[in-house]
Design a protein around this ligand. Structure first.
Ligand SMILES: [Zn+2]
Length: 144
């Protein structure tokens, strides 16, 4: 249920794990061990574990707003891989010649690769959309 929120927290640059089917005790252990905060839609779980946050809204924009507000999150310089949470490293243009479509190679200058899963990111139009969405979330802060 919070998978999309997790993706967006990674885009904001926060180390975010996501387990849709994990048991409560597993999640609590993980949070304790990794000094993480447990975000959940399960009110009982949230009440039973101090270092947790109950996500109230069903809507992504509001969920992001809630979490950003509650933990005073700023957008970090570097995003993490939205797929696997890996760290991104900047690549030189000559390193990616054979890794992206020719058109992309010709038209883009800045590339990043996930150190974990190898996914390659570049600043295409989708990134502009992502940045606009984040800007809007920070501007509106549409939650209580
Ligand atoms: Zn990755």
């Amino acid at each position: 249920m919070l998978g999309t929120l997790a993706k967006w927290l990674r885009i904001l640059g926060y180390d975010t794990l996501f387990f849709p089917y994990a048991r409560d005790d597993f999640l609590i252990k993980l949070a304790e061990k990794g000094e993480r905060i447990l975000l959940t839609k399960d009110r009982e779980l949230a009440e039973s574990f101090e270092k947790s946050y109950f996500v109230k809204s069903e809507k992504l924009e509001r969920q992001l707003c809630e979490v950003i507000k509650s933990f005073s999150l700023k957008k970090r310089e570097k995003s993490r891989c939205s797929v696997c949470n890996g760290e991104l490293e900047k690549l030189n243009k000559d390193e990616i010649r054979n890794l992206v479509p020719y058109y992309v190679f010709q038209t883009q200058e800045t590339f990043f690769r996930c150190k974990n899963c190898g996914k390659i990111y570049w600043k295409g139009t989708h990134v502009e959309k992502i940045e606009r969405f984040i800007e809007k979330v920070y501007q509106d802060m549409d939650c209580e």
